[in-house]
Design a protein around this ligand. Structure first.
Ligand code: GCV
Length: 713
C-alpha cells in the first residue's frame, strides 16, 4: 500500500497579500513603544491584558513589511517616514464625544494620524489601537505619505464590533460543523476538539485587525451538549484559541447555554432568581477570567428555536440576562443577549400570530430593566436576515437599553457564497435608516448609544455596537466564494465607520486584495469587480422573493427556490398567495398590527399601501396581483420583469468576469479565477431556476399572462 502525502495549499492571502504592504514597507519606519502593559492613568476600568503580545506583533509587522519591500526599521530620532508612537491621544475623539465621556473601549481603539511634509506619525494609547493605526496606513498605501498635511483623530463609531461564529466542536448531524457555514469546516475545531495547530486563527485575527474588528465569539449560539463544555472542562482549550487571537488584539467571547447550571453544574434548576444558580454563574465567570484575563463576555440565545431560557421558570428576559450580567460584571465583561425570540411552533392556520411582532412584544416592555453590561442584540429585520426586510422596530423601541445591530455576513439567504452578492449596500441602508423619519436619528446612532431619549448609561457606554455572523471557514479562500471576502472586509469597515460608501469600501478591498507585488492593481480588474459586485445584492433580490415577501427558499438548507416550501409549516414565514393576490397584512387596520410597533412617520407610511415603499409592499400588505406599484407596473408584471431582468444581469456578470482573461491576462490568480467561474456558473443555473419557478408559480396562481409574452412554464 502506498500512502500519498497531500500538501494543502496555504490559505489565500485575502486582503493582506505582500503587495498590499508595498507602499509602507518601502519606508523608513520607527516604533516608540514604551511599556504599555500597565493600566494607563486615565483609563477608567481594567485594561485588557494583551499589550505585550500586541506590541510584539507591531514590531513583527513592521519588520516583515520593511524586510519584504526594502524599507528599514530606524530610530525615532532618525527622521522616519512613519513613526508609530504609543502615548496619550488627548483632545476630542473624532466621534464627537468629549474626552471625559470616552469609554475604556474607545481608548482601546482610537488613534491619531498626523502627516506633516510627507512624514506620518500615528499615536495611540494602547497597543491594539496603534495596530489599528498601522493598518490604516497600510490601507491608504502611497496616499498615506503623499497626501496634504493632516491631523486626524480616528475612533470607531461602535465600541463593540463582534463577529459571531456559529461553529460546532462536533459535526452536528443536520447543521454540520459550521451552522449556516458555506466555507468548509471550522478554523477553530476539527475532529471533535480544538485544533492542535491554531496558526490560521492568528492569521484570521490579523485580517480582522486590518478591518477594525476586535472581538470574536468562537462557538454557535445553538449551544449543544459538547459545546456547552467549552465553558468548564474545555476552558484550557478556549484559552488556546484566545492566545491565538490575542497577538492581534482580538478578544474572545463564548456562546453559553442558559441551562448550564443544570447540564454542567448538576443543579436542579437554572432559575435566574435562584441563589445557587447565581453562585454557579459567578464561579463559572471567575474561572473564565482567571484563565483568560482579556476575555470579552458571553453570547446567549435563550427561549429561541428550542434553546433553554428564563421562560421555563416564569421569568422574563431581563431576569435571564441580568443573571449572567451580574456574574461577568466584576471582570468588566459583557453579555450579548439575543432578541431573536419567537414561536417556532406556531399553527399556520392561526392568522393572529405574527413572527415579525415577536421580538418587540417580548423585549420592548423590558426597556430599562437590563443591567448596564447587557447588550440586547437585535437582527436587522424582524424576521430573519432576508434579502429585503423592514428594519426591526426593536431598534427604535428601547432607549434605556444598550442595543446591538446583528447582521449576517454568511449568506444563508443571499446565495450561500455560491452567488456573488456584495451585502455592504444593504447593511449601509440598514445602518442609515432613520426610524423617526428625515432629520431624525439613524440606526447607526441608536447602536452607538445616541438615539432619541437614550439613557445616560446607554450613551456613556457607547451603546451596544454591532455584531455579525462570520462567513469564514477552513476553505482555502476563507469564504468559499473568493468574492465573498469583500463582505467580511466591508463588515469590519462599516463597523468602524458606518457612514462609509459601500462602493468606496469595495474599492479599498480591491486595492488590497488584488495588489500586485508593487502594490498596483490592474485597472480592468478594478472595473470588472465593480461591475460584478456593486449592484449584486439588488440583482440577487430581483431574481428571488419579490417586494419584501421573503423566504420562498427550500426549507432546511435554505438554498434555491421553493415558493410554498414554508407555507404550511410552523415557522411563521408565510406569503399567503392565493388566486387573487399575495403578501402579509401587517397593518393595524386589518392585519396583525405590526405597523404599530414603529414610531411616526413609519407607522403610518407602512400602514398605507399608497405610501409603503414598493420594495416592502408584500412585507406589510396583502394586495391583488393587479395592484399597481409606484413604479407603474402591476405586482405580477413586476415579478415577471424583475425575474427576467435578474437572469440577464447574472449573464452580464458572467461575461464581465470572463472578459478579464482577455482584458487583463494573468492579473487574477488562476485558482481565484477558477473558483469564481465555478461559482458564477452555479449562480446562473440557480438564477434561471429561481426565475422559472417564481414566474411559473405566479402565472399559474394568477392566470395573468406576461405582457411581453416571454416563456413561462
Ligand atoms: C443559529 C436562523 C438560522 C439558524 C440560526 C438562527 C439564529 O433561523 O436558520 O440556523 O441558528 O437563525 O439566528 O439563531
Amino acid at each position: 500500500m502506498s500512502s500519498e502525502i497531500v500538501v494543502e495549499p496555504a490559505p489565500h492571502d485575502v486582503w493582506l497579500p505582500d503587495g498590499a504592504l508595498a507602499a509602507v514597507g518601502r519606508r523608513r519606519i520607527a516604533l516608540a513603544l514604551p511599556d504599555l502593559s500597565g493600566p494607563a492613568q486615565r483609563i477608567p476600568r481594567a485594561h485588557p491584558d494583551n499589550s505585550a503580545e500586541v506590541t510584539a506583533t507591531l514590531r513583527a509587522e513592521v519588520g516583515r513589511a520593511t524586510a519584504e519591500h526594502g524599507g528599514a526599521v530606524v530610530d525615532p530620532d532618525d527622521s522616519p517616514d512613519l513613526l508609530l508612537e504609543a502615548s496619550s491621544v488627548l483632545d476630542r475623539s473624532s466621534n464627537g464625544r468629549n474626552e471625559d465621556q470616552v469609554s475604556t473601549l474607545d481608548v482601546e481603539s482610537r488613534f491619531r494620524f498626523v502627516r506633516d511634509g510627507g512624514r506620518v506619525t500615528v499615536t495611540a494609547d494602547t497597543a491594539t489601537a496603534l495596530l489599528h493605526g498601522w493598518f490604516h496606513v497600510v490601507r491608504l498605501g502611497e496616499t498615506a505619505f503623499t497626501g496634504p498635511d493632516a491631523d486626524e483623530r480616528h475612533a470607531p463609531a461602535f465600541a463593540l464590533r463582534v463577529l459571531d461564529h456559529w461553529d460546532n466542536v462536533d459535526v452536528h448531524p443536520v447543521m454540520g460543523q459550521v451552522e449556516r457555514g458555506y466555507s468548509g469546516g471550522s478554523i477553530f475545531y476539527a475532529d471533535g476538539r480544538v485544533r492542535e495547530d491554531l496558526s490560521r486563527v492568528t492569521t484570521y485575527a490579523r485580517l480582522l485587525a486590518a478591518t477594525g474588528i476586535d472581538r470574536v465569539c468562537i462557538n454557535n449560539v445553538n449551544v449543544h451538549a459538547r459545546e456547552a463544555r467549552l465553558l468548564t472542562d474545555d476552558l484550557p482549550e478556549v484559552a488556546r484559541i484566545a492566545a491565538a487571537l490575542r497577538p492581534y488584539g482580538v478578544r474572545t467571547h463564548l456562546a453559553v447555554s442558559f441551562a448550564a447550571p443544570m447540564t454542567l453544574g448538576g443543579l436542579a434548576t437554572s432559575d435566574p432568581l435562584d441563589d445557587d444558580v447565581r453562585a454557579w454563574w459567578r464561579a463559572a465567570a471567575d474561572r473564565v477570567w482567571a484563565t483568560i484575563p482579556d476575555f470579552g463576555g458571553f453570547v446567549v440565545k435563550a427561549d429561541s428555536e428550542g434553546q433553554p431560557g428564563p421562560f421555563a421558570y416564569g421569568r422574563d428576559h431581563a431576569d435571564g440576562a441580568n443573571l449572567l450580567a451580574e456574574a461577568v460584571a466584576p471582570h468588566g465583561g459583557v453579555v450579548h443577549w439575543r432578541a431573536f425570540v419567537y414561536d417556532h411552533t406556531q399553527d399556520w392556520r392561526d392568522r393572529t400570530t405574527d413572527r415579525a411582532r415577536a421580538a418587540y412584544d417580548h423585549f420592548a416592555p423590558l426597556d430599562g430593566r437590563f443591567a448596564e453590561n447587557v447588550i440586547v442584540q437585535v437582527k436587522h429585520g424582524p424576521i430573519d436576515f432576508q434579502t429585503r426586510e423592514a428594519i426591526s422596530p426593536v431598534l427604535a423601541g428601547m432607549p434605556a437599553t444598550r442595543l446591538a445591530l446583528e447582521l449576517q455576513v454568511t449568506q444563508e439567504y443571499t446565495g450561500q457564497q455560491r452567488h456573488a452578492c456584495y451585502l455592504a449596500p444593504w447593511w449601509s441602508e440598514n445602518l442609515g435608516f432613520r426610524p423617526w423619519g428625515e432629520g431624525g436619528a439613524a440606526v447607526r446612532d441608536v447602536v452607538a448609544g445616541r438615539g432619541p431619549g437614550a439613557s445616560a448609561a446607554v450613551t456613556a457606554a457607547g451603546g451596544g455596537g454591532i455584531a455579525a455572523v462570520s462567513n469564514v471557514g477552513d476553505d482555502r479562500f476563507w469564504t468559499g466564494h473568493p468574492l465573498a471576502q469583500a463582505n467580511l472586509y466591508a463588515f469590519g469597515r462599516l463597523a468602524w465607520d458606518p457612514t462609509l460608501d459601500p462602493a468606496a469600501v469595495l474599492d479599498e478591498w480591491i486595492s488590497l486584495t488584488f495588489a500586485g507585488p508593487d502594490g498596483a492593481v490592474h485597472p480592468r480588474v478594478r472595473e470588472v469587480l465593480h461591475a460584478v459586485l456593486d449592484e449584486s445584492w439588488r440583482t440577487y433580490e430581483s431574481y428571488t422573493a419579490p417586494l419584501g415577501v421573503g423566504f420562498m427558499v427550500r426549507p432546511g438548507h435554505h438554498y434555491g427556490p421553493d415558493v410554498d416550501g414554508y407555507e404550511y409549516t410552523p415557522w411563521g414565514t408565510y406569503h399567503f398567495a392565493d388566486r387573487d393576490g399575495i403578501g402579509v397584512d401587517r397593518t393595524r387596520a386589518t392585519g396583525t398590527g405590526f405597523t404599530g410597533q414603529y414610531p411616526a412617520p413609519w407607522r403610518d407610511l407602512y400602514e398605507d399601501r399608497a405610501t409603503c415603499p414598493d420594495e416592502l409592499l408584500l412585507f406589510f400588505h396583502h394586495v391583488p396581483y393587479s395592484h399597481v406599484l409606484h413604479s407603474g407596473v402591476t405586482v405580477v408584471q413586476h415579478v415577471y420583469d424583475t425575474h427576467f431582468a435578474g437572469v440577464e444581469r447574472v449573464r452580464a456578470t458572467v461575461a464581465a468576469w470572463e472578459s478579464l482573461a482577455d482584458l487583463a491576462p494573468g492579473a487574477v490568480p488562476t485558482d481565484v479565477d477558477a473558483r469564481v467561474r465555478e461559482r458564477l456558473a452555479e449562480q446562473l443555473r440557480s438564477a434561471v431556476e429561481w426565475r422559472d419557478q417564481l414566474n411559473t408559480y405566479f402565472l399559474r396562481k394568477s392566470g395573468v399572462a406576461d405582457a411581453r409574452g416571454r416563456t413561462i412554464y
